[in-house]
Every structure is written in structure tokens, then in C-alpha cells.
Write a protein that binds this ligand. Structure first.
Ligand code: DSN
Length: 420
């Protein structure tokens, strides 16, 4: 690059002068992220390098199409970003093909439906109340409106996916596509068993790996890539990249997947986000990221145990991943109350339905807690014991939220997010 080149990256001072109102919001959000505990299982603190790519002039470029096959001129630089990202994704995940263009996880899932199904087809997927996702057949989503979605759930006694139930449903309904993957399921998924069922009934196997793909990248849990026809995921959860989506597939499906992303479901890719995904993929290939991924799981297990020791119940008895689903009925608190009480104490988490929940989804009997962000801050198992005590204290009816928030402040100051 020429010596006189200037990086026109994020210039916060210029933003403050130009638009102090929005600058204030951004500073406020930074302060909120730094001063509290971030336990939303699908969030993380992405790196300054990823943020720099996101705030770059690649945002200005239209690049409909794929590298060297664009519908716009001037794509030589963004072509390189996308090619680098694709190569990194294939290498990191051992995948035959990668598409970095989906704008989000829901967009990636829409493209997977587009590549492999037609409206009206039967799809077998995990139900949302048992931990699935909106795009796995919810009646208010395109998936539930346009497809005949048959759902499987977890068993009432074990709270685990029952592969016999999945097999029976597949045999009975002969789905065109089977989806596995979840947003509130803390256990490992048996991809080999799903593959065998898909093969038996001649279905495509789609793995929605959004929640756990970062653990796969860090080699902390088994990969779905050898088993799935297509793997979809977001890049901003454990994987710690920019907000966005991605798809991996077998070479035989590459053309179908690419055409489903563009031009079927999307127009111009967000090239700043594509470049930021490439940055995150490089970071995720490092030994330090592998240590991080293992620590995320150790922390989730420690937090689950700490909450259990405080009288709460971990759904399915614990976790193998980055999240725990916690049943609060034993302490007589609803999910909505818990979310609000924790918020007052600067602990950010979300209410969540538990399997067979007697409460409506707007209330829920549980909370979902995740450790991607606190692990990025450098917290370990001992800190999770403290976090468990702080949550338990915040959930008490007469809790002194300000006093608990002060203790949260002490903890996060020892492990700062985005240190100054
Ligand atoms: N909204 C995400 C989550 O929080 O799990 C899933 O897309």
C-alpha cells in the first residue's frame, strides 16, 4: 500500500462534532457494556480490529454478485476481502464451500430454505418453546407461514432431544429438510444421528449452528460440518465477529447456496461486514481463541453450578456449551421478574421459556445465561461463583439493586471490557 495512504476509519471526534446526539448514545452504550455484566448467551465483545473493518469505507461499495463475477465495476479491493474470508472459513471449518454474504442468521436460514426447498414442503425442526428458533417453523415467521413445519422437542423427563422421536417424525412426515440447532439448548447435538435419519428418509440436513459455531471454531465441541448438507450461523455470538451470517456447505450444493443468497434472498452484500467476518475468522484460528472457547464452556458449567447451589435448577441438569437454561420456579420468581430485577442491578440476561413452560413466552419460567462476553473479559470459574451469588442476590424480592450493582462494578473493573 502506498505510504501516503490514509485509513479513513472511525473518527469519533468528528462524529461528536457532527452529531453529538448519536455520539452520546454510542458512548452511553459503551459505558453500559463496560459497567455491567453481559450474560446474554448470543452476545460478545468483538475486537477493535473487527470494529475497524466494520467502520471502514468498504461500507460504501456495491458489489452484487461474487468475487470476479460482480454486477458493478470497481470491486477489485472488496473481491480480495471476500476471497480471503472464504478461504479462511473453508480452512477453519474444513468446509468445501463458504458464503460470507448473509446479512444475518435469519437471512442465512432463509437462503437455506431457498436453496433446498419450495414453499409448501415439509420441514422437520426443533420447536421454539423447546429451544429452537423463529426460523425453524414459528407460525409468525416465514418458515411457519410458507412451509409445513413439523416440530420435535425435548423429552419431559430428561429435557434432552429424543432421537427416537425425531426418527419417528421423519418416517411419518417424510420431510424435504431436517433442521437441528437451537437457541436455548445447552447440550451437544448428535449430528451423526441426525445425518442417519436424514439419509434414511432422503432429506437434506441443515444445521443452524449460530449459537455454538464459535465453540466449533475453537475446537471445544464436535463439528457439524462433516455431517450437514448446509451449516448456517451468525458471526457475532461465541465466534466474536461482526453482526452477520454465514453459510458452509458441500461442494455439490455450492451453486444452489450461492444463488439462494444472491440473487434470490439478498441484493448487495455488506462488504464492510464481509471484511470484518474475515478478520474474525483469522482471530478464531489462533491458539488463544481455542483456549477462550474451552474457557467459555468451563465458565458456563461453573455458573450453572453456582446458580444450582443458590436453589435454582439447570434445565437438563447442566450444560456442555456456552449457555445454561435456568428454571426459576423453585425460588418462586418468573423469568420476566428475573430479567427486570437483574437489569436493575446491572446484570443483563434474558427471560426464557423452559420446556413445557406453564407461563406464556412474555413471562417465562426461566432465564438463559451465557458466558461468551464475560469470558472475553478474562473471567474464570471463580468469578462465575461470584456472578452466581450476585444473580441470586438480585432475584430476592427486597434486593438492594444499587448495592448489588456496586459489587457488579467492582467485578467488571477487575476484568474490563475494552480497557482504556
Ligand atoms: N436472537 C438470538 C438469540 O438470542 O439466541 C437467536 O437468533
Amino acid at each position: 500500500m502506498a505510504a501516503e495512504s490514509v485509513f479513513w476509519g472511525p473518527d469519533f471526534q468528528a462524529l461528536q462534532e457532527e452529531d453529538p446526539q448519536i455520539a452520546e448514545v454510542i458512548l452511553g452504550e459503551l459505558e453500559r457494556q463496560r459497567s455491567g455484566l453481559q450474560l446474554i448467551a448470543s452476545e460478545n465483545f468483538t475486537s477493535p480490529a473487527v470494529l475497524a473493518a466494520l467502520g471502514s469505507t468498504l461500507s460504501n461499495k456495491y458489489a452484487e454478485g461474487y468475487p470476479n463475477k460482480r454486477y458493478y465495476g470497481g470491486c477489485s479491493e472488496v473481491d480480495q476481502a471476500e476471497e480471503i474470508g472464504i478461504a479462511r472459513a473453508k480452512e477453519l471449518f474444513g468446509a468445501e464451500h463458504a458464503n460470507l454474504q448473509p446479512h444475518s442468521g435469519a437471512s442465512a436460514n432463509l437462503a437455506a430454505y431457498g436453496a433446498f426447498t419450495k414453499p409448501g414442503d415439509t420441514v422437520l425442526a426443533m420447536s421454539l418453546p423447546h429451544g429452537g428458533h423463529l426460523t425453524h417453523g414459528s407460525a409468525v415467521n416465514f418458515s411457519g407461514k410458507w412451509f409445513n413445519v413439523v416440530s420435535y422437542g425435548v423429552r419431559a423427563d430428561t429435557e434432552l432431544i429424543d432421537m427416537d422421536e425425531v426418527r419417528d417424525a421423519a418416517r411419518q412426515h417424510q420431510p424435504r429438510m431436517i433442521i437441528c440447532g437451537a437457541t436455548a439448548y445447552s447440550r451437544l447435538i448428535d449430528f451423526a444421528a441426525f445425518r442417519a435419519i436424514a439419509d434414511e428418509v432422503g432429506a437434506i440436513l441443515m444445521v443452524d449452528a449460530a449459537h455454538f459455531i464459535g465453540l466449533v471454531a475453537g475446537k471445544a465441541i464436535p463439528s457439524p460440518v462433516p455431517y450437514a448438507d448446509v451449516v448456517t450461523f451468525t458471526t457475532h455470538k461465541v465466534l466474536r465477529g461482526p453482526r452477520g451470517g454465514m453459510m458452509l456447505c458441500k461442494a455439490e450444493h455450492a451453486a444452489a447456496v450461492d444463488k439462494a443468497v444472491f440473487p434470490m434472498m439478498q441484493g448487495g452484500p455488506l462488504m464492510h461486514a464481509v471484511a470484518a467476518k474475515a478478520v474474525a475468522l483469522r482471530e478464531a484460528a489462533s491458539p488463544s481463541y481455542q483456549a477462550y472457547a474451552k474457557q467459555v464452556i468451563a465458565n458456563a458449567q461453573a455458573l450453572s453450578e453456582a446458580l444450582t447451589a443458590e436453589g435454582m435448577r439447570a434445565v437438563s441438569g447442566g450444560t456442555d456449551t456456552h449457555l445454561a437454561l435456568i428454571d426459576l420456579r423453585g425460588i418462586d420468581v418468573t423469568g420476566a421478574q428475573a430479567e427486570q430485577r437483574c437489569d436493575a442491578a446491572r446484570i443483563t440476561l434474558n427471560k426464557n421459556a423452559i420446556p413445557y413452560d406453564p407461563q406464556p413466552p412474555s413471562v417465562g419460567s426461566g432465564i438463559r445465561v451465557g458466558t461468551p462476553a464475560v469470558t472475553t473479559q478474562g473471567m474464570t470459574e471463580d468469578d462465575m461463583k461470584t456472578v452466581g451469588s450476585l444473580i441470586a442476590a438480585a432475584l430476592r424480592p427486597q434486593a438492594d439493586a444499587a448495592a448489588i450493582a456496586a459489587q457488579v462494578g467492582d467485578l467488571v473493573r477487575r476484568h474490563p471490557a475494552y480497557p482504556v
